[in-house]
Design a protein around this ligand. Structure first.
Ligand SMILES: NC(=O)C1=CN([C@@H]2O[C@H](COP(=O)(O)OP(=O)(O)OC[C@H]3O[C@@H](n4cnc5c(N)ncnc54)[C@H](OP(=O)(O)O)[C@@H]3O)[C@@H](O)[C@H]2O)C=CC1
Ligand SMILES: O=C(O)CCC(=O)C(=O)O
Length: 428
């Protein structure tokens, strides 16, 4: 039977498991198992053809013990309240593991962004902001780009908020374009951080990175910059990436035995992330089935698309040659599949550690906005590399010390930091 995946149940299960291992107090568990605040809005938008359409939008603020809630805003046709709840909870652990003074939040609008014109997208984004602006702010809750949203949309959000509040407020949102309060390096930061984690894992496993092979699911922001950094920083070879084809309504894997060229593939990818099959084939790429990425004989497997992709039904397809599973997406592995991965002894870099580079760079962007002083790209990348290496090593050390799985170790580091802040603030 196909596994049904509710991301929020998955997030709670993961938390409960480590709460038991830490013998966490019942009151603390009750606090952390659910978000602190949730918003559901109905967003009216006048479409280009004059019709009025209403969209469902969510914002969830899980926990702000360490600092203001922080997390992306997704435009996704499959978004649910529970997905956003799970993602906000994972943001709490992500900020804590990265050791940045921020809490967990996430937002989502139920919409297929490919069906909207630019003007419709802008009206939807601005109306979402108008309905919720009093609950956002640089000291309250700070959104950022995520699936289906981008830097331009963050800029509209910043502009709308600034107009409503009567003050130029760049720090209300991160992931803005450079030149409008954005930080150099933010666009590539998540993929950059994924590769820092892979590099650190390789050091621990005594693997030389040169010539190591990888297979990546997805070809959006995170996947693209993971591929580029894996090739350029580690001198590795990316054998394939995959993408969703909205015309054929299926996904495809683009494979090249001697390694893909992410820059070429980016040139033939449209604004919604679809790679042109014809042009890829002409350049010698094999176009394989959407799940072919999972069974590749490679050293590093990188799910970088969606949640719930590695399930108990397909986990056995993972090659025994794989040495590292780097979870670049949020929640790509279901709890049942995770148990099998753990038993088989694959080295996993858990999602909220692996993809923490994005929010860490967002934090740098907020710091620059507050100071109104902007850093060079070298400075941003240097600080990001350091933060991600320290985060990886703190989790690795915890796993070694407690003899636990890397995911459990990441939870232990994060939960302890959040609970310490809650206790110091007198919440529990
Ligand atoms: N952007 C960021 O800074 C961060 C993102 N993340 C997480 O990383 C993941 C990817 O996000 P991001 O790259 O920003 O999102 P994008 O929207 O840029 O990319 C998502 C990618 O997944 C592809 N995709 C969708 N469905 C499938 C499928 N069934 N099979 C294969 N590919 C598919 C999309 O293709 P198409 O576009 O054609 O639909 C697209 O290439 C998400 O889980 C997100 O939450 C985590 C931390 C930070
Ligand atoms: O950059 C950010 O603030 C958040 C990024 C995000 O949503 C995520 O890491 O999942």
């Amino acid at each position: 039977m196909t596994e049904v995946v509710n991301p929020f149940e998955m997030a709670q299960k993961q938390f409960d498991h480590v709460a038991d291992m830490l013998d966490l107090d019942e009151e603390v568990r009750a606090y952390l198992r659910y978000p602190k605040k949730e918003f559901h809005v109905r967003i009216p938008v006048r479409m280009d053809n004059g019709e009025l359409k209403i969209f469902d939008g969510f914002r969830v603020q899980h926990n702000d013990a360490l600092g203001p809630n922080k997390g992306g805003l997704r435009f996704n046709q499959h978004e649910t309240f529970d997905t956003v709840r799970a993602l906000s909870m994972w943001m709490t652990w992500k900020c804590a593991v990265a050791n940045i003074p921020l809490g967990g939040g996430k937002g989502g609008v139920v919409v297929d962004p490919t069906t909207l014109s630019v003007h419709e997208k802008e009206r939807l984004l601005r109306n979402y902001c108008r309905l919720l602006w009093k609950d956002f702010g640089p000291r309250t809750d700070i959104p950022a780009p995520d699936m289906g949203t981008n830097a331009q949309m963050m800029c509209w959000f910043m502009d709308e908020y600034s107009q409503l509040s009567g003050q130029y407020t760049p720090g209300v949102v991160t992931g803005k374009p450079v030149g409008a309060g954005g930080s150099l390096g933010r666009n590539q930061a998540t993929g950059f951080g994924v590769v820092v984690c892979i590099r650190e894992a390789m050091k621990k496993l005594n693997l030389a990175s040169k010539g190591m092979t990888a297979s990546i699911q997805g070809f959006g922001n995170v996947a693209q910059f993971t591929a580029i950094n894996f090739i350029e920083k580690l001198q590795g070879i990316v054998k394939c990436v995959s993408c969703w084809d909205r015309i054929d309504k299926t996904s495809y894997t683009f494979y090249k035995a001697d390694g893909i060229d992410p820059h070429f593939l980016m040139e033939i990818t449209d604004q919604y992330g679809m790679i042109d099959k014809k042009q890829a084939s002409e350049k010698g790429y094999e176009v394989l089935s959407g799940d072919a990425w999972l069974s590749m004989d490679v050293d590093v497997l990188v799910p970088a698309a969606l949640e719930g992709q590695i399930t108990k039904d397909n986990v056995d397809k993972i090659s025994s040659q794989v040495k590292i599973i780097a979870e670049a997406a949020n929640g790509p592995t279901t709890t049942d599949a995770d148990e099998i991965i753990k038993q088989k002894g694959y080295f996993i870099i858990p999602d909220f550690l692996c993809n923490a580079g994005g929010v860490t760079c967002s934090y740098f962007e907020s710091v620059q906005n507050d100071a109104n002083f902007y850093w060079s790209e070298e400075e941003v990348n240097g600080k990001l590399d350091e933060k991600m290496s320290v985060a990886f090593n703190s989790v690795y050390e915890m796993a070694k010390e407690r003899k636990v799985y890397m995911r459990d170790a990441a939870y232990m580091v994060s939960i302890q930091r959040v609970v310490t802040a809650m206790k110091l603030r007198g919440w529990v």
